[in-house]
Design a protein around this ligand. Sequence first.
Ligand code: ZN
Length: 276
Amino acid sequence: MRYATVRAPGGGSLAVFFDKGAWRSLEDRSGRLYPHLRAFLADGGSRRAGRAVIEEHEAAFLAPVPRPPKIVAVGLNYADHAEEQGKSPPESPMLFSKASNIVVGPDDIVKIPPTAGQIDFECELGVIVGKPGFEIPAAKWAEHVFGFTIVNDVTSREAQTADRQFYRGKSFDTFCPTGPVVVTPDEFDWNGKGLGLRLNGTAMQKGSTSRMCFGPPALIEWISAIHPLEPGDLIATGTPAGVLMFRPEKRFLQPGDETEAWIEGIGELRNRFEKR
Ligand code: ZN
């Protein structure tokens, strides 16, 4: 099943699911529409057959979960990305967080801040939590995952390097494009999916989720052992090789650049970069 948050025909936004060739509204018991998927998930996330609101080709996608309760990200989670920086993959997941109010959607502008440079991209498989849980065993991961989306974990390498920790470099406003849709685990086998990123049409990253050091089951167990997971939480599961930081040309993102992050079975997430 595919879900999304789309621009509503009359303004505002709507949580929808795809069925029989159209995007249909998700409705609560009294027929009220959910404005986005976080509201739907917070209410238990049980699907209600709604009206066909938008034709397949007319949907304007927004960030599926506009403001996740938490964004937990995983560093060095692909063997090839660890290799390109001369590091060995960690023995346990290496976590950091991004601010949760910086999420943007497909086609939104990512703003290059005045105070930090060396802006880089990271195409990642995003996991969106559905059912809440604490100390979830890996074997039960799928019960707690609502679905998968694309995340571009935009980063200021300048800030990341200067601070020797990740929060500032990863948390500038708009540094978390997500979308366009969420695909549920029954329709998306996370293992062995191609993923990558194009910069102004040129392939920069290309990898496979089968090269993840810790997949979603292990990550759900590891992260939920720290704190409870809540509906709408976003886990950015790490990026494959090919980021700008480790390329010989050391060219970083500039105003006017366009990134296109893609994951096989989910789609493409396009964003343009401009000065804040
Ligand atoms: Zn990342």
